[in-house]
Design a protein around this ligand. Sequence first.
Ligand SMILES: *[C@@H]1O[C@H](CO)[C@@H](O)[C@H](O)[C@H]1NC(C)=O
Ligand SMILES: *[C@@H]1O[C@H](CO)[C@@H](O)[C@H](O)[C@H]1NC(C)=O
Ligand SMILES: *[C@@H]1O[C@H](CO)[C@@H](O)[C@H](O)[C@H]1NC(C)=O
Ligand SMILES: CC(=O)N[C@H]1CO[C@H](CO)[C@@H](O)[C@@H]1O
Length: 400
Amino acid sequence: MPLLWTASLTCFAGMTSDVFFSLPVNKRDYVTSSSVHAALSDAVATVRSAACRAIGIVSCFSQILSSPSLPGEFIKAIDFNTQNSSTPVRITASWALANLCSSIRFRALELQTDPTADLLDKSTISLLVEIALRLTKDGEKVKSNAVRALGYLSRFIRFNHHCDAVDDSRNSVFYGDPVCLQTIVQALMSSVTTGNVKVQWNVCHALSNLFMNDTVRLSEMQWASSVYSILLLLLRDSNNYKIRMHAAVALAVPVTRLDYGSSFPDVVRGLTHVLESLSSNSSSSPSNFKHRDNLEKQLTFTALHLLGFVSPKDDQSLKDFLIKKASFLEDWLKGLCSAFNSAEDQPLASETINDEDGFSPNVSQKVMLSSAVVSLLNVYTSGNQQVITQRFEQLARSTA
Ligand SMILES: *[C@@H]1O[C@H](CO)[C@@H](O)[C@H](O)[C@H]1NC(C)=O
Ligand SMILES: *[C@@H]1O[C@H](CO)[C@@H](O)[C@H](O)[C@H]1NC(C)=O
Ligand SMILES: *[C@@H]1O[C@H](CO)[C@@H](O)[C@H](O)[C@H]1NC(C)=O
Ligand SMILES: CC(=O)N[C@H]1CO[C@H](CO)[C@@H](O)[C@@H]1O
């Protein structure tokens, strides 16, 4: 019997959205209710795990969120199984949790134009946050899914900074308070230091999601500087190119100079050092070539974004650093210039940045390049660096 059950649940789990929604309603209900039933009450771990997998697959179909009862039943089954003593059961349950949060995130961003549309109520969202936070303390594979879930949740939760200004009449909107936000960030930070490669990768991704949420006022957050430090550390020291690239992606998300706060000089310095070591070190095994190339493209994008913000008003120590690195920066920018002139004005990092989160900055790389050159030129001019200024004026003319 368990074998048969596992086989049919495994079969549900192989289903695509098209197949699922082409089923008559009663068959769909059968699939979901038998999965939930097995997840809640079957005595055999493999059956439970298969049931959670089936729930995880169906959770990817964001249409199910329109059902009045399904999300609640799924969350109950997920919550219950994330507390089971069997690790494989917790792994599939946490995987289902992350998938469900991903669907909720898509719907939440879709519904933004229609703020009256109810998605899930306050207590449901706060339950999801609670489950995900709890699971960040579990083993690697569970932790990795928990971090993924937290990232999706941080993308759309409205973080509210003035508790007194909460419009409580709208029960449908969950407001994360500063404490909730801080707890999420702390959980991500401790996961990055205790987790394996996949956890670290997911933390970078989660931070990108968090940074994209403009209800988070980065400049006012005390934790911001430790978050930037950790991203810089991963970018510099990780021996995994994918992690480094995703750290670079996250560092490019904040939109203004103000968002980087007091970390701005450190981020500029860190990026410059990484660029320098990457360009001076071409020894890379062929298997790493594609990842290295992606990292380089992303790093270019991130560095141009940051350098566009430097100004004569920056700290003297940062300005001294930029003067010291002038000849490296000039060569690097020149190289980009000729690359742009020989190719079309293609977005450099489109394949890496333009990912499932729809984070695709609508700026031409040429505009970024010339804005970085002009900002540096202003720093050098105000610092009375005649020779450097002349060289950057020339560069500015060729990028204008
Ligand atoms: C964990 O799952 C097993 C089946 O794999 C079940 O028998 C047991 O009751 C569950 N434990 C808890 C605490 O839910
Ligand atoms: C160059 O890269 C290799 C492998 O990627 C690394 O072991 C080495 O330390 C790097 N050298 C410098 C000078 O960064
Ligand atoms: C990108 O910007 C251009 C002009 O600044 C605008 O016309 C275009 O609609 C934008 N595209 C997107 C996808 O926002
Ligand atoms: C840039 C972005 O998507 N920000 C979102 C952060 O979350 C709030 C709350 O859901 C949205 O209103 C923002 O649009």
